[in-house]
Design a binder for this molecule. Structure first.
Ligand code: FAD
Length: 418
């Protein structure tokens, strides 16, 4: 079924009886060429590009809950390509280009909105760092404009420019940055993969990985054993637990990140604003809710809810930046499990010493914008056994050898404590 304006009008006039389910609710078969563990954004996009780019369709995505019930449906939906280091910058640049053609490619409205992202700075030193970052972004072929204080005021007149704790010196403006509707991204990829023959199996938890003589043979699940020639572990916050099923210890700590949404308001914030120094960022959803968040809760956990001190910290930071926010009522808050690597950059690689086992993880708190490129590159790796050129630096062994560490924020070896 193709979506179009005509289809919406026709269905509207004929009682909406012509819509079909977006994807098949598949039952697991005993054997596949490939099994993807995890039906989040990255698992679904990997399955989609395996089918679309490599013609491989004898694939199952095994999801322990429901599709899109993990972080892909819990994030604050910011999409950007404003990275500094080689290794990251070409990857996220590729991802943003995929985002720009995604709705057409998937024939699905993912509500990608390039409303512009402004990263504020509050000191001369921070301005220098953002100027360097902006130059790297432009060299990479992306867009960046360094704004002074008045430039920020033109875009964001409602910020408190008089506050003295964090005086606003300016901002790095990334016009192609923005947001997308997170659930729709999961649903769009699910639909595209299912239409091409991929089995999407929900309520199917992987409980073990079968390995014989260093070669993967399949997985054990709550719905029986499934054989497979290749297995991809794409489970975000659960990466450490699932890799342990293959006897591997990953350089990953799982931490909680919280987010918040207010009641629906009339349009007031038409950019994404990042106030890094105060640990606060915000945008407004198309429904009108102010969507905002801050920093990690700073302890390792598999809970999907956070604690009150971080809520207080985020609210304080929001009030410091834009006191008008104090009038809005917070409707909901929630948490997700972040797969934090020591250098803050991800991993897309083969699992050393186990033929046929692949890992895609370490997305920290920025993996939503990576969904298209991660799927594209993981599919390339699983299909060809060679890393894709824009993900070639996402190697697991950098944490063993110390070579190729990509510490984007310069925060040292414990990114989770930055
Ligand atoms: C509050 C918050 C705000 C965020 N904001 C942003 C943002 O603005 N921009 C951005 O780019 N990123 C953001 N992120 C990060 C982003 O959401 C994640 O990095 C990304 O979604 C992780 O990849 P995923 O979608 O594949 O993960 P998930 O959706 O978590 O998918 C992993 C799936 O694996 C499944 N699974 C786990 N174990 C098993 C098993 N044993 N068997 C079968 N299935 C299993 C899980 O149920 C889950 O569905 C944010 C995250 C949070 C929590």
């Amino acid at each position: 079924m193709r979506f179009s304006g005509w289809k919406v009008i026709k269905e509207g006039l004929t009682g909406n009886r012509g819509w079909s389910a977006h994807w098949r609710d598949a039952q697991p078969k005993p054997e596949y060429d490939m099994v993807i563990i995890g039906g989040g954004g990255h698992g679904l996009s990997t399955a989609y590009y395996l089918a679309k780019n490599h013609g491989m369709t004898n694939i199952a995505v095994l999801e322990k809950g429901y599709l899109g019930g993990g972080n892909v449906g819990r994030n604050t939906t910011i999409v950007r390509a404003n990275y500094f280091l080689q290794g990251n910058s070409e990857f996220y640049s590729h991802s943003l280009k995929l985002w720009e053609g995604l709705e057409e490619d998937l024939n699905y409205n993912v509500m990608h909105s390039q409303r512009g992202l402004i990263n504020l700075f509050h000191s001369d030193g921070q301005r220098d760092a953002f100027a360097r970052r902006g130059n790297m972004m432009v060299n990479q072929g992306d867009d960046a404009i360094l704004l002074d204080r008045d430039g920020v005021r033109k875009h964001l007149p409602y910020l408190d420019f008089e506050q003295t704790r964090f005086p606003i010196y300016g901002g790095l403006y990334h016009p192609r940055g923005g947001t997308a509707r997170h659930d729709a991204v999961a649903w769009g990829y699910a639909r595209g993969a299912s239409d091409r023959g991929v089995d999407l199996v929900q309520n199917c938890e992987v409980t073990g990985i079968d390995i014989e003589n260093g070669v993967v043979k399949g997985v054990q699940t709550t719905r029986g054993a499934i054989r497979a020639k290749k297995v991809g572990i794409i489970v975000a916050g659960r990466s450490g637990q699932v890799a342990a099923m293959a006897g591997r210890r990953l350089p990953i700590e799982s931490h909680i990140l919280q987010a918040f949404v207010t009641e629906g308001l009339k349009p007031v914030i038409d950019h994404v604003i990042s106030f890094g120094m105060g640990h606060f960022y915000i945008s407004q959803s198309d429904k009108g809710g102010l969507v905002f968040g801050g920093d990690l809760d700073f302890y390792a956990s598999y809970a999907q809810r956070g604690n009150l001190p971080m809520k207080e910290h985020v609210m304080e930071a929001g009030m410091t930046l834009m006191p008008m926010i104090g009038k809005a009522k917070v409707l909901r808050s929630w948490g997700g499990i972040m797969d934090m690597t020591p250098d803050g950059s991800p991993i897309i690689d083969k699992m050393e010493g186990i033929d046929g086992l692949y890992i895609d993880c370490g997305w920290n708190y920025g993996g939503f914008k990576a969904v298209p490129a991660s799927g594209w590159c993981m599919a390339h790796l699983m299909a060809t056994d060679r890393p894709h050129e824009v993900a070639a630096k996402y190697r697991l062994d950098r944490f063993r050898t110390g070579i190729g560490i990509m510490d984007e924020e310069g925060t040292g070896s414990q990114h989770n404590l930055h």
